[in-house]
Design a protein around this ligand. Structure first.
Ligand code: SF4
Ligand SMILES: [Zn+2]
Length: 119
């Protein structure tokens, strides 16, 4: 059953976007641009996988891409949306470049939310 409110949605990069954008799977580039670097892309993807969403872009992935994730046990890098096999260390990002970029995006976001605490 889909929960009425999933807390991760509060931080979704697509909040306020036109929902139709995320259901145009023939031309998913605009939706993917919004999803790239979304802080809750992983939660969004996991939600779609566990709820077996059959349509739309979730976690930056189309329905066909989510099928690939299910079949090949790949994961999507939340920073660049590239599919990769996480391997034994269960990496969240596909490479150190994406991990570094995600860290600096998070730091910039934190600085915007706490302006008085930055030097
Ligand atoms: S990954 Fe994309 S669809 Fe999912 S919450 Fe983020 S912006 Fe919205
Ligand atoms: Zn990446």
């Amino acid at each position: 059953m889909v929960p009425l409110f999933e807390p991760w949605k509060a931080d979704a990069a697509c909040a306020g976007s036109d929902p139709d954008l995320f259901y145009n799977e023939l031309d998913p580039d605009d939706a993917k641009r919004v999803c790239k670097g979304c802080p809750v892309a992983d939660d969004c993807l996991q939600s779609a996988l566990s709820n077996r969403e059959l349509h739309g872009i979730w976690g930056g992935l189309t329905t066909r891409e989510r099928d690939r994730v299910r079949r090949h046990r790949t994961v999507a890098c939340p920073q660049c949306l590239r599919l990769f096999k996480p391997g034994g260390d269960q990496r969240k990002y596909c490479c150190t470049g994406c991990a570094t970029e995600a860290r600096s995006v998070a730091q910039r976001k934190w600085a915007r939310r706490h302006p008085r605490q930055t030097v």
